[in-house]
Design a protein around this ligand. Structure first.
Ligand SMILES: *Cc1c(COP(=O)(O)O)cnc(C)c1O
Length: 368
């Protein structure tokens, strides 16, 4: 049996262990230290954002953003329905109500048209919007940002999956009031677990730092006027992040190459469609995602499992989840249709062209 091929396995660049050793030598094992600053600096210089805060997860970063924007009990928060739960859990933490907006066919991400229509029609103005750049592909973000400005809705970009993706040359995560990245185990870069909150607003990031470290007022005796969280990233994990950031462009190129291999190997199959890439954007192709005409993709998944290759259905939209059966939604069937027809296929950056060919042969055997 061949070695298991994962959807997106961790892929160290080579220097991570060396940096961890430096952390151990300095004994700054926790909580803070120079690698946290270095990791934040590497995100700032790579994405061009002015302020960054390293935290324990992407979910924590979204939570901090909502708290700082004043999202609270009974507020409405718009969100992509076609996303992973980590994108929206923090809405519940804040006692707010999610309102799910559907995707469009052009991007598979949030439809600016539906968003605009909802905002024109809705009786209760939402406080904020969380838009996901799914599978590393940029949403129609300039339009979405303009709509948010027009309607006075704060914008949080969930770029958990899309580090390195750009729209009109600017990095996803830098268009909104806040952006977040994730360094969970299977993201394009990983610190085993971690996240980053970014914003052009320095005061907000300072406030986020305050909340992420138990909201301690500046007294030696630990005075508290507000409640906070224990969300700050450790120096050990940040050392991994610094090593990972050295290879971010290599990882993006490799992910994009893997996508091209899939596209080439399946070019003779008409009934397969790949997740689109909007004009003027560059996706990081975190996971190659595709739809089939058939809806019974379980047999494709099973055949791939037989050769020890991981695959997974496209995210089940949030408005279809039992957890959100009573949530408001503004949908037209697009994401439900994608979910019914689509799979993510193995996209680990250690894969070879032959791996992709082998997977594509299996897919082709199961298309009817
Ligand atoms: C992974 C992910 C998150 C959550 O990030 P964590 O670091 O795992 O908390 C949020 N949104 C999306 C779209 C994700 O893929």
């Amino acid at each position: 049996m061949n070695k298991r091929i994962f959807l997106s396995a961790p892929h160290m660049g080579g220097n991570e262990l060396k940096y961890i050793e430096k952390v151990f030598e300095s004994n700054y094992i926790a909580p803070l230290g120079e690698y946290v600053n270095k990791f934040e600096e590497s995100i700032r210089s790579y994405t061009g954002v002015d302020n960054a805060l390293a935290v324990t997860s992407g979910t924590a970063a979204i939570h901090l953003a909502l708290r700082i924007l004043g999202v609270g009990k009974n507020d409405d928060v718009l969100a992509s329905t076609f996303t992973f739960i980590g994108s929206v859990n923090a809405i519940i933490y804040q006692g707010a109500n999610p309102v799910f907006i559907d995707s469009d066919k052009e991007s598979w991400n949030m439809s600016p048209k539906l968003l605009n229509k909802y905002l024109l029609e809705c009786e209760k103005k939402p406080k904020a919007l969380i838009v996901t750049h799914l599978y590393g592909m940029s949403a129609d973000i300039e339009k979405i940002a303009d709509i948010c400005k027009l309607h006075g809705v704060y914008l949080i970009e969930d770029a958990a999956e899309s580090l390195g993706a750009t729209f009109n040359g600017n990095h996803t995560g830098t268009f909104g009031d806040f952006g977040i990245y994730s360094f969970n185990g299977n993201k394009i870069l990983t610190t085993s677990g971690g996240g980053m909150l970014v914003s052009s607003n320095e005061n907000w990031i300072k406030k986020a730092m305050f909340y992420s470290t138990q909201a301690k007022e500046s007294f030696i005796h630990y005075e508290h006027e507000e409640y906070g969280y224990n969300y700050r990233m450790s120096n050990v994990l940040a050392a991994i992040g610094v090593g990972q950031m050295e290879v971010v462009e290599d990882r993006v190129s490799k992910k994009r190459e893997i996508f091209e291999w899939y596209k080439e190997s399946l070019s003779d199959v008409k009934e397969i469609e790949f997740m689109p890439e909007l004009d003027n954007s560059r996706g990081n192709r975190w996971l190659t995602a595709m739809t089939f005409e058939i809806t019974d993709y379980n047999k494709i998944m099973k055949t791939l499992e037989d050769i020890n290759v991981e695959s997974r259905p496209l995210w089940k939209p949030m408005h279809m989840q039992p957890l959100f059966k009573n949530a408001k939604k503004y949908v037209d069937g697009t994401s439900e249709n994608l979910y019914n027809h689509g799979l993510c296929v193995a996209s680990s950056t250690t894969m070879t062209k032959d791996d992709v060919k082998m997977i594509c042969d299996k897919i082709k055997e199961n298309l009817d």
